[in-house]
Design a binder for this molecule. Structure first.
Ligand code: PMV
Length: 324
């Protein structure tokens, strides 16, 4: 009744923002991401009949409230599937800052899903595991797979056609992500609250949905052709569209800090000088720069110099979630 799993964070190159079903946590748009190698979550799950409720220890601290509720919700899906009523003790560690826009919920819920299914001896098909991981965090399903991953939003009301698919394995393209971390405080608006607020109040939300599939197609074509410049361009554009629609919400939702904008300008300037990277930003202020592995060592010290940047880590593509 015990298992341990590990999953890498993932960074979306074509973003998901918005939900088509809140209860099932179904994304309104498809997304495409890179699974990371070193930024990861390790989670052990033990179903224990002596427990009277689920217990969550995150980075050594016993958790209460919303976080435990979310974990319980996902564990209950597994309990129902296994026809077992037994609470679980969950211990989870992130190798990077939690809840600050660095995709800790993605790696967290992917590792939780894999560990919970193994602890219960369930041999679930990949898509079902993806459904369960997604219920905890929309982007978590993508962290089950390695390399470049597509999460197809689907249209079915019950989410039956939501699906994840690996587009390239981690060793099929020498891409890297230079992760520029700013002060590691937790974000003030969770992505779920931010998405709902944006969907209800941003006049650009419909346009975002309308143009999204074309970005997915463009990114897939770029990956097939191994065109780094084309993938970088569509990825930067997707991130900026997402942030523009958040900023047009009422009241505006601004995840950026002054350092975020400084990094955007620096990456653009360096690219003009032939040091090629493409920035992307999630529901937090950190900036991640997509580049070729060969250029990462050159980009790192240049981005470290940008005022306000606390730490820069070069990430490669990871293999996806696995049992330990
Ligand atoms: O996984 P969630 O529901 O916390 O949302 C993630 C949203 C973004 O990171 C901003 C975009 C994405 O596709 O990962």
């Amino acid at each position: 009744m015990q298992a341990k799993a590990q999953a890498g964070a993932n960074i979306a190159l074509v973003k998901y923002w918005g939900k088509r079903d809140k209860a099932l946590n179904l994304p309104a748009v498809s997304s495409l991401s890179m699974t990371l190698n070193a930024m990861k979550t390790t989670t052990s799950v033990t179903f224990d009949e002596s427990l009277s409720e689920d217990e969550l220890i995150l980075n050594g601290r016993l958790q209460e409230g919303e976080r435990v509720k979310k974990v319980s919700k996902v564990l209950t899906l597994f309990r129902k599937r296994a026809k077992l009523e037994r609470f679980a003790h969950v211990e989870t560690e992130n190798s990077f800052p939690t809840a600050s826009g660095l995709a800790s919920s993605a790696s967290g819920f992917a590792a939780l899903a894999l560990a919970a299914s193994a602890a219960l001896g369930l041999k679930l098909p990949e898509q079902e595991l993806a459904d369960f991981a997604r219920r905890g965090s929309g982007s978590a399903a993508r962290s089950l797979l390695g390399g470049l991953v597509l999460a197809h939003a689907g249209e079915a009301p019950d989410g039956e056609d939501f699906a994840i698919r690996q587009l390239l394995r981690h060793d099929e393209w020498d891409l890297a992500m230079v992760v520029c971390m700013l002060a590691d405080e937790e974000k003030t608006t969770s992505s779920t609250i931010g998405m709902n607020h944006t969907a209800h109040t941003s006049p650009y939300y419909d346009a975002w949905i309308h143009h999204h599939e074309a970005d997915i197609q463009r990114a897939q074509a770029a990956i097939e052709a191994r065109s780094f410049a084309a993938l970088g361009a569509v990825s930067e554009h997707s991130a900026m569209k997402m942030h523009a629609l958040m900023m047009a919400a009422a009241p505006p939702l601004i995840y950026w800090k002054p350092e975020t904008l400084r990094l955007i300008h620096e990456v653009t300037k360096l690219r003009k000088r032939g040091i090629v990277g493409y920035y992307t930003i999630d529901a937090g202020a950190h900036v991640k720069v997509l580049c070729r592995l060969a250029d990462a060592a050159m980009l790192k010290p240049l981005l470290e110099k940008v005022e306000g940047v606390k730490r820069v880590v070069v990430e490669t593509m990871g293999e996806g979630a696995r049992l330990l």
